[in-house]
Design a protein around this ligand. Structure first.
Ligand code: NIG
Ligand code: FE
Length: 416
C-alpha cells in the first residue's frame, strides 16, 4: 500500500468520462462527483470515487489532504502550439492594428519569415529555455500535455535544431511535449528551387532522420495561398504516410482546401477552419478527422472564430487549442481562449472541457489521458471554487490552485 496515495477530498470532481467522442454534448451529460478522491499508484489513476469510500477501502494508504474548496478536472491538453521560437513579432501586431493584413505583412517580409530569421539565429540552449519558460506558464495554467511544432527552421539542419530542442525540453519539463514537424510552413525565401523541390528535399532528407532520432511521428503542413497548395502537399503527405507518420493539417485558415486534404489523408486533425463553409463542415462530418479550433489566432488577428457550433452540430469532434505562436496567437492562454470561444460560438461547458481534454487527447492520438479514470495518467488540475461553472464564467481569471502531473504536484499556489 506504500506506493498508493489518496488525494482529496475535492468539493467537485468532473471525470469527463463516458462523453460522446463526436458531436454536440449537453451539460446534463457531465458526471459530477462530490467530495471526491483520486487513488494514485505509480503515476496512474487507480480509482476515482467519493473520498470517504476510497479511504475506507484503503485504510493504510498515504493521504494527501486537500483542505480548501476545489473543483478537480483532468489536466488540460493544448493540441496545437508553436512555442519553440525566438524573438518577438510585436511589430506585426502593431501593423495589423494599423490596418495591414496578416498576408500583406507576410508579403512584405514580416510574418512567419521574420520568426524564421530570428529562430535560425538562436542557439539550441536559447530555444530550449524559451520552450521551458512557456511550458512553465502552461503548467501553472493547468496544461499538462502540450503539442509543439517546428516550422521556423525551414531547412533540414534548422528543422532538426528545433525538433532536437523540443526533445531536450521534453526531458527537462514535467509536462509531456508532443512534437510535430512543420517544415511545410512556407517556402523559405532563401530556397533556390520550387515548392515541389523544397518539399521533396524535406521528405527525402529530413523524414528518415526524424525517425532515426525519434524526433517526431507527426507531419503537419500549412495549406494556404501564401504557403502550399493541395497539389503541392499531396506527394509530400503520400511520402509521410508511406513512412508511417501521423498527419495533421493547418487547414482553411483564410481559404479552403486544407480540410479536403485532411480528410483524403485520414489526418488526425484539421486545425484552424476559420474559413470553412458548409461544404467543408459536411466533409469533416463524414470523416474521423478532429476539428481543432484555435481561438487564440482569431483573437490575435482580430478575425472570425472557427464555426465550432456548426461543426459540433454536424457531428464533428471539436478540440480547442491555443496555437501559441509569436505572430498570430501571442496570448498563449488556452482556458481564457476556450471560454471566449464558448461565448461567441455558444458552446456548452461539456463541449469546452472535452475540447481541451479528452477530444484534444484524441487529436494527438493519445489514449491514456484527458479523462479521470483507472489506468489513465494521473494528470489533473484543481481550481479554488465550489462550482465547476465558475471556471468558464470567470473567463480565465480564475487560475488553478494546484496541478498534478503523473500523480505528483507540479504547481501549488494553494498556500498563498
Ligand atoms: O497556426 N497559420 C500558420 N501558422 C501559424 C502562425 C505562425 C506565425 O504567424 O508565426 C498559425 O497561426
Ligand atoms: Fe498553427
Amino acid at each position: 500500500m506504500q506506493n498508493v496515495k489518496l488525494i482529496g477530498p475535492f468539493t467537485q470532481l468532473l471525470p469527463l468520462d463516458n462523453l460522446p467522442t463526436k458531436g454536440a454534448i449537453s451539460d446534463h451529460e457531465l458526471e459530477i462527483i462530490s467530495d471526491a478522491g483520486i487513488l494514485v499508484e505509480a503515476g496512474k489513476i487507480k480509482k476515482v470515487d467519493s473520498f470517504h469510500t476510497l479511504r475506507k477501502e484503503n485504510p493504510d494508504c498515504k493521504i494527501e489532504y486537500i483542505t480548501t474548496t476545489t473543483v478537480c478536472l483532468p489536466g488540460f491538453i493544448d493540441a496545437h502550439t508553436h512555442i519553440c521560437f525566438a524573438g518577438t513579432r510585436a511589430q506585426d501586431y502593431a501593423l495589423r492594428n494599423s490596418g495591414k493584413t496578416y498576408l500583406e505583412i507576410a508579403k512584405a517580409g514580416g510574418g512567419i519569415w521574420d520568426t524564421v530569421t530570428q529562430t535560425r539565429k538562436a542557439d539550441s540552449a536559447t530555444l530550449v529555455n524559451g520552450i521551458l519558460e512557456r511550458t512553465t506558464t502552461l503548467l501553472e495554467n493547468g496544461v499538462t500535455t502540450i503539442e509543439v511544432k517546428s516550422g521556423y527552421g525551414l531547412s533540414v539542419p534548422q528543422e532538426l535544431k528545433m525538433l532536437r530542442a523540443i526533445k531536450e525540453a521534453n526531458e527537462k519539463t514535467a509536462a509531456t511535449l508532443i512534437s510535430t514537424c512543420l517544415a511545410a510552413h512556407m517556402l523559405p525565401k532563401d530556397y533556390p528551387g520550387t515548392k515541389a523541390a523544397y518539399l521533396h528535399e524535406i521528405a527525402n532528407s529530413l523524414f528518415p532522420m526524424l525517425q532515426q532520432e525519434n524526433l517526431t511521428h507527426r507531419i503537419d503542413a500549412f495549406i494556404e495561398t501564401s504557403a502550399f497548395s493541395k497539389e503541392d502537399i499531396i506527394p509530400y503527405f503520400k511520402h509521410a504516410k508511406k513512412l508511417g507518420f501521423d498527419i495533421t493539417v493547418h487547414a482553411d485558415q483564410f481559404s479552403t482546401s486544407g480540410s479536403e486534404i485532411a480528410v483524403k489523408f485520414g489526418a488526425l486533425s484539421a486545425d484552424h477552419l476559420e474559413a470553412s463553409t458548409t461544404t467543408e463542415i459536411q466533409l469533416l462530418a463524414q470523416s474521423k478527422v478532429i476539428a481543432t479550433a484555435l481561438p487564440g489566432a482569431s483573437i490575435g488577428l482580430g478575425c472570425n472564430f472557427t464555426p465550432a457550433r456548426q461543426l459540433l452540430d454536424a457531428g464533428v469532434s471539436l478540440a480547442i487549442a491555443s496555437d501559441w505562436n509569436p505572430g498570430s496567437a501571442p496570448m498563449g492562454d488556452l482556458l481564457t481562449q476556450a471560454a471566449i470561444l464558448g461565448t461567441f460560438e455558444k458552446l456548452t461547458a461539456a463541449e469546452i472541457f472535452a475540447g481541451i481534454t479528452s477530444r484534444a487527447a484524441n487529436a494527438l492520438n493519445l489514449d491514456d489521458r484527458g479523462i479521470l479514470k483507472p489506468e489513465y495518467t494521473a494528470d489533473f488540475v484543481v481550481f479554488p471554487t465550489a462550482d465547476y461553472k465558475e471556471i468558464l464564467y470567470r473567463q480565465g481569471r480564475l487560475k488553478p490552485s494546484q496541478v498534478w502531473k503523473n500523480g505528483k504536484t507540479t504547481f501549488n499556489n494553494s498556500m498563498k
